[in-house]
Design a protein around this ligand. Sequence first.
Ligand code: AMP
Length: 356
Amino acid sequence: MTKITPGATIGILGGGQLARMLALSSAQLGLKTHIFSPFADDPAFDVSTNRTHADFLDESALNDFANSVDIITYEFENVPARTAQVLESLRPVRPNPKVLALTQDRLIEKQFIRDLGAQTAEFYDVTDITSLKKTVNIIGCPSILKTRRMGYDGKGQAKITDQRDLEKLYMTFNGAACILEGFVNFSKEISVVAARSLDGLFSAYDICENIHENHILSTTLVPATIKDETAQGAIDIARKIAEAADYVGIFAVEIFVVGDHEALIVNEIAPRVHNSGHWTLGGAVTSQFEQHIRAIAGWPLGSTQRLGAKVSMQNLIGKDCEQWKELLSSEASLHLYGKKESRPGRKMGHVTKIHL
Ligand code: AMP
């Protein structure tokens, strides 16, 4: 199992803000980075040592990229299987690409979670309009139809509130493979951000409480206001997932908390640094970005100790980033991602506040 030393180069697939913050943390640890992204304007290109602007299926570019780095990681889970296969034959890819196959498909992911003994919403495979009608009948309304692949921030999903017009709704999914999920009447959404080292050691941050607006994360509050046993239960689920997937690096588990008894219903796993973990940058001894780099480098994990009684993180979405001047003179610490254009719903930056 390759362990790298300062001066080595980490290849990162994807060039968004997550890759940018991973590159900055790599530099802090004396490591170089090489960003591979199909988008010329990506913000991680500004802060990396080397850059490749090419398609993820360009095998010649993938070969050159792999040969220029020591280990490879990624900032998003929709890395094409062929891309991972080519890279894996040349350099260690961490987290291992098996976890990509697992998290790219909601059906396989939910089955994996359930097989580990954790609870998920009720779910069924939907392959055509007949199976949609049948499963809506079983689960009842409301329920949620989600594409099995490529869904994020509420994209590729629709809430079903009655059994009429299912044909019309299903047409908008263009024949995509889907799952139908029971609607979870949750009281809170939380996430566990945790890491597993190359040597198999596991370490979790304090549980995050997440508030979404228009399906996009708006605010994270840490620690989540849940019972200690609930927090421990969530961390135990994350540990089981990491061990079963032989995971190396940072990952997040998104969980719904239900009822006064605080039942835990797992929604999904993100095999990467996660937006709800941004508070750790300044709000914990080791940020999630540094922790990921330490883990994939084969180094010991850092302390996940929180720095303050409470920490909050607010995303700057779309035009929110125009407040940058006022935010500079607030008590919050400002992070801007350097994106050239702000669009509605686009994550432009975030602010972290430490409440002592
Ligand atoms: P996802 O794309 O699965 O992460 O879903 C995005 C958001 O939609 C979640 O953060 C929830 O707020 C909501 N959501 C997703 N699945 C369900 C569900 N089964 N029941 C209730 N709300 C859900």
